[in-house]
Design a protein around this ligand. Sequence first.
Ligand code: FAD
Length: 142
Amino acid sequence: MMLRRVVYISQSRVGADRAALDAIVEVSSARNAVDGITGMLWSDDQMFVQALEGGHEEVGGAMERIQGDPRHDAIEIVDDRSVQTRMFGTWSMVRADAEEEAIHSTAYLVGFIGQQGTPIADRVREVLLSSQPAKTDAFVEQ
Ligand code: FAD
């Protein structure tokens, strides 16, 4: 079955509000589990970078809800394509509080984005590389 993968970047409107971030992760992971969507949500308090993988209909529905969400704006699609296999699908649903794991997740995302070779992907890669590791949370979600 062909799947859809969407990767986007957006400007966070919740800043360093932990409770708001927790609420986003909680609702997203519960909803994604029902919809068979896997992926990763990364934030450094200013930006979100999210990868979503799943059925075309399910990912389309999630993107519609996400694009109308006032907790972020200036959404730009980095990648949107049909794929046969999930590249973020083995991540389980945990927020990586440990710095080591946050760096690991960020490195994975940097590697993935670096392969896209488009101007926006290069810009996102710069954002990821220039973020402060100590301030960075990487969430993984299912
Ligand atoms: P409802 O919960 O019924 O909410 C109605 C409206 O209010 C929606 O527009 C909603 O976006 C908005 N809203 C909800 N809570 C708040 C709040 N606390 N403050 C301000 N506005 C609010 N959802 C997924 O299903 N999968 C994802 O992977 C996913 N990733 C997300 C990533 C980011 C960065 C953000 C900001 C949100 C994400 N969401 C995700 C949440 C998504 O935008 C919807 O809020 C959620 O799917 C519930 O949709 P709903 O139509 O049932 O909205």
